[in-house]
Design a protein around this ligand. Sequence first.
Ligand code: M6R
Length: 365
Amino acid sequence: DKGNHRHFMLKEIYEQPVVVAQTLRSYVRRIDDQVSLPIPDFDLSAIRRVTIVACGTSFYAGMVAKYWFEQFARMPVDLDVASEFRYRAPVMEPEGGLALFISQSGETADTLAALRHARAEGQKIAVVVNVPTSSMAREADLLLPSHAGPEIGVASTKAFTCQLAVLAALVANVARAKGRLTPEEEKDIVRHLSEAPSAINQALAQDEAVQALAPLIVPARDVLYLGRGTDYPLALEGALKLKEISYIHAEGYAAGEMKHGPIALIDEAVPVIVIAPSGPLFEKTVSNMQEVQARGGKVVLISDEDGIAAAGEGCLATLALPKVHPLIAPMVYAVPVQLLAYHVAVIKGTDVDQPRNLAKSVTVE
Ligand code: M6R
């Protein structure tokens, strides 16, 4: 049932504040301001290395988690797409090795095969999965459910933000187990995580602005998305979403990689979506953005009010999001890129919920 919405995708985008809150309820305890896991006796302190494997949008959630594990838990992380991982010869030490698989369906063939491969290599298996009865859920040592509810649209939206919520909590749990989090810092993280649903709501309030922008993107043949840090996986996610449902060619790039090739593509006909919240990486990304503008590129800047005040001039459009903690920013910044892909696709008249050539769950190689 789509409710009042025209498509499941839009309904699922709008469900995000509720389902993220629902997911977080299993991972944070407001009563004593602690993060927790559904399986409390799993020994996180023994983990020495994490190997993250997934496909598509779930892979981008894993990429965000890699940055978080490194920053907050000082944990070394390997990351790969499942179709590559299973045919490489990845080196995994059984001692202290945690392999983490992320999947909405829990049935993606490559991810499931990669899970079995990691198990054979002596890894402990953690799974972030949205379907609790799925194959991956059954094969996990540490089952970490995301409670997004059924996702019908082929384009993953609410499953992604709920995966991010689980992963943020997992990183905080590992950081604590590793002695890298003071009770004060933990309390602070719990408070920020609890604010995620309302921050996502504020991002949804940009829907009209995104809708107004969409007609300017529709004529494009190519669109670039740029970001740094955890905004790099968001750039990749934005590009995937646009390709998947609007059939416009799009690429996500690490902002600093622009001048190593893709800048040659820039002219007035190539919109560039720049994802850059204010913070330590802001200036760097803005200078990449200015290189684009100097070549006639049309920039859409997604940032917060400070970022837009500092660098919004000369942009085709700006979208202002709330200023939030780095552990929740990707959940908030996901919203405008989802909405942009959605509105562009609607104008183009594509089959938003069932894009051509795609299946919701890829159960064959
Ligand atoms: O069910 P999974 O999370 O394992 O699926 C992985 C990908 O097939 C999936 O995220 C795909 O990329 C989406 N259609 C993207 O919107």
